[in-house]
Every structure is written in C-alpha cells, then in structure tokens.
Write a protein that binds this ligand. Sequence first.
Ligand code: NDP
Length: 252
Amino acid sequence: MHYQPQRDLLQKRIILVTGASDGIGREAALTYARHGAAVILLGRNEDKLRAVGQQIESEGLPAAQWFTLDLLTCTPEACQQLAQNIALHAPRLDGVLHNAGLLGDVAPMAEQRPEVWQQVMQVNVNATFMLTQALLPLLLKSDCGSLVFTSSSVGREGRANWGAYAASKFATEGMMQVLAEEYQGRLRVNCINPGGTRTGMRASAFPTEDPLKLKTPADIMPVYLWLMGDDSRRKTGMTFDAQPGRKPGIAQ
Ligand code: NDP
C-alpha cells in the first residue's frame, strides 16, 4: 500500500493495541505513538510491555500506559475490570487494534489436539469478543472510533493444516461484519490481513522459510495507520490486505 500519512495523523488519539509486546503489535504501538497517539499497550508479559513503553519514552513520544491480561485465562469480569482501570486513565478510546493471536497446531484436522483447538478459540475469538464488549463504551465516547481486528488469508479461504487458526480467523471476520452493521454511523469496524510477515509466529508456522524473504512488521504499517486515521473515515465492514497481491503460503 502506497500511503503517505501525515506525521501528526494520530495527534490527540488514544489507541489500545493487544499483543503489543512483540511482532506486529509491538510495531503498531510504536508506529501509532510516532504519529502522535497516546498508546495503551495490552499483553500478558509485563517485562516485554515495559520494554515497549520504555522504547516509546526513549524516543520522546507521549508516554504509554500498559496493562497485563492473559487472553488464555481471562474472564468477562476480568475484561470489564480492565476496561474500568483503563477508564481511570483514559476518557475514551479512539482506536482498538485487536492483534494478539495464537497459532495452535499446524496439522490436519484429524490431528488437531482438542485442548489446543480450544486455546486458539479462547485467545483469537472468545477473549477478543469479551474484550470488545468491555471496551465498546469507551470506543463509543470517541467521535472517530476505529475498531480493527486481525485476520489472515486462511480466514477467507480455508487451507489444509490450518485447522483451529483458520476457523478462528473466519470467526474474526464474522465478528467484524456483525459489529460493523450494528454500529454503522457510530463506530467503524474493519479487519487487516497482514500477509506473511517476519515474526515469531510466522517462523513457527513455516520453520523452513527464509525470513529475509518476508516483509517486516514495519513494512506493513501503512494500512495500520490508514485505518486508525481520518483518511479511511468512511470505511467499515471491510477487510484490507496489508500486502495486496501477495500470494498466500511460503515466501519463494
Ligand atoms: P507474534 O507471535 O509475534 O505476537 C503475538 C502477540 O500476541 C504477542 O504480543 C503475544 O504476547 C500476544 N499473545 C499471544 N498469546 C497471548 C495471550 N494468551 N494473552 C495475551 N497476549 C497474547 O505474532 P504476529 O505478530 O505474527 O501476529 C500478530 C497477529 O497477526 C496475529 O493475530 C496473527 O494471527 C496475525 N497474522 C500474522 C501473520 C504473520 O505472517 N506474522 C500473517 C497473518 C496474520 P507475548 O509477547 O507474551 O508472547
């Protein structure tokens, strides 16, 4: 995507990023902060979140807040409590990027371990839903709210061996479409499909792939910025490819 965002695109915006401790989420949080946003980092590992917060501070950017929540074990009550804690520091949320995700078993359906299947559904679907429910009141306080989910090419067309992960991303696309219709005119809701990107998750999915053949998280940030800012203001209910035209599968 060729997009030249204004340096102050996200000035005065408050944006929460899940899975902000690593990979694409870490880069998105840094990128949003570099474009003026006050960011709220969510993750399960306090040390990693603190390091991202320190990186933001070391660049002289608006200070980040961080909160820990393990999406594997979180309950609706824990998500509501988190939203209340956030509301003590933030009057509203102008953006939420649901980015945290779990890969699970890359294996045929017959070999998908039921307990791992449930973990993938818990993190990618159930916790994402519970967190959305809890954060909606804060998002609706913004006059430019943008709710962004993270999908995958296997969330639009199933492929062998992607089991729980593919099913969870289809569910994510469905959740996005339902919310987009329900909140038409009040909140926009979209998905990003990052496409193969150089992260830890990608390396575990394709251990033989040469990571240098993949785009980095920094390379795919234009669409992440565009969807949080005013340049995409009328877009809702859609899925955007961070790497349009990229063929799914191992990088050649
Ligand atoms: P990473 O594995 O690099 O990062 C995943 C993030 O999610 C980390 O911050 C991780 O935290 C967090 N996370 C995982 N489990 C939990 C949990 N139980 N509770 C809280 N946080 C958790 O993945 P990517 O950056 O590659 O992926 C980001 C998103 O992009 C995912 O939704 C993924 O499905 C999607 N995606 C990625 C592609 C790629 O090629 N990389 C392609 C298509 C989609 P911690 O640091 O503690 O592990």
